[in-house]
Design a protein around this ligand. Structure first.
Ligand code: BTN
Length: 325
């Protein structure tokens, strides 16, 4: 039953236009009556599947389908296993649990997406809002042959991957350390977590949250002035599967190039996409702020600021652009 449901969603999600009951029956190896029953079951779950004259069954929702994502990422290392959960506390937490499951640990390259996160987490112990059908919450498990100190390069690499993958959709910039912005509004964020011991990295989970459209009823008050979404900036209605595919394909390509050739080209691409190269910024940290000119990114992701007292290395905080965009 579950396999047929998934296969039905796979074919409906893949079809450019509709699929007739007869075509679906032959693809799924079941009768037309069984197709009809499965379509009704999906409609009862709340999915908008319409039987349109001439074209057949059409899926109107923007649904995440694990098997379809796996098919699109076939041959890549990132995406060798794809999973979609309807709800989870946090895709990062769940994937880290899967990575360390003694019986059957998830392999490097596993990708986990969820429709809803009940405890989505952001940088600096903040919450991250994920709404079904509107956002993408995905985490990628890597088992990189890196020293623990080099892992700080991976969120920067991921920011470049997101920025480059979505560049054809919208003109995006990166804001240190790895926020993705368009016209001053944050569209995506990255949270990287690691399990390691001195000298050895066991698992790295890279969590990527992307706002594809605003939640129904709009953003909550605290986000209304700062959050943005891809549909609004592109003027299109995007499919989350397409957004996820583009980001994961770019991430796979950049990651393997980085393992082969090192951080230099990532650092150059990051700097080129950064909203504030050579411009005045203020970095807020726990106890205050530092003003300076953003001068460079160093090899472990710290921002080098030219301040009144010389060059200062900033490792964490919130960067405020001061007339920099
Ligand atoms: C940030 O604060 O900018 C980082 C946000 C990261 C959110 C993503 S959504 C998928 C993954 N699961 C989480 O709990 N967080 C990350």
């Amino acid at each position: 039953m579950h396999a047929t449901r998934e296969a039905l969603l796979h074919h409906l999600g893949k079809a450019e236009s509709g699929l007739s009951g007869e075509r679906l029956a032959s693809l799924l190896g079941i009768s037309r009556t069984a197709v009809w029953k499965h379509v009704h079951a999906l409609q009862a779950e709340g999915l908008d599947i319409r039987a349109e004259r001439g074209s057949g069954y059409c899926l109107k929702n923007d649904v995440l389908v694990a098997s379809l994502l796996a098919e699109r990422l076939e041959g890549q290392r990132i995406g060798c296993r794809c999973l979609v959960l309807p709800e989870v506390d946090s895709t990062n937490s769940e994937l880290m649990r899967m990575a360390t499951d003694g019986e059957d640990p998830a392999p490097g390259g596993t990708v986990l997406l969820a429709e809803r996160q009940t405890r989505g987490r952001g940088r600096l112990q903040r919450n991250w809002l994920t709404t079904a059908q509107y956002s993408l919450a995905m985490s990628v498990l890597l088992r990189p042959p890196l020293a623990p100190t080099e892992v700080a390069q991976l969120p920067l690499l991921t920011a470049v991957a997101v920025q480059q993958a979505l560049a054809p959709i919208a003109p995006l910039v990166i804001k240190w350390p790895n926020d993705i912005l368009c016209k001053g509004r944050k569209l995506a964020g990255i949270l990287t977590e690691m399990r390691a011991e001195p000298g050895a990295v066991h698992s790295v989970v890279i969590g990527i949250g992307i706002n594809v459209r605003p939640p129904e009823g709009g953003w909550p008050d605290e986000l209304a002035a700062i959050a943005g979404d891809l549909d609004s900036v592109s003027g299109r209605t995007l499919r989350r599967m397409d957004v996820a595919t583009a980001v994961l394909q770019r991430l796979d390509a950049l990651y393997h190039d980085y393992l082969e050739h090192g951080f230099d080209s990532v650092r150059a691409a990051w700097w080129q996409a950064h909203a504030a190269c050579g411009k005045p910024v203020r970095v807020h940290h726990g106890t205050g702020y530092i003003d300076g000119i953003a001068e460079a990114l160093d090899a472990d992701g710290a921002l080098l600021l030219r301040t009144a007292s010389g060059l200062t290395r900033v490792i964490a905080g919130d960067l405020e652009l001061r007339g920099a965009e």
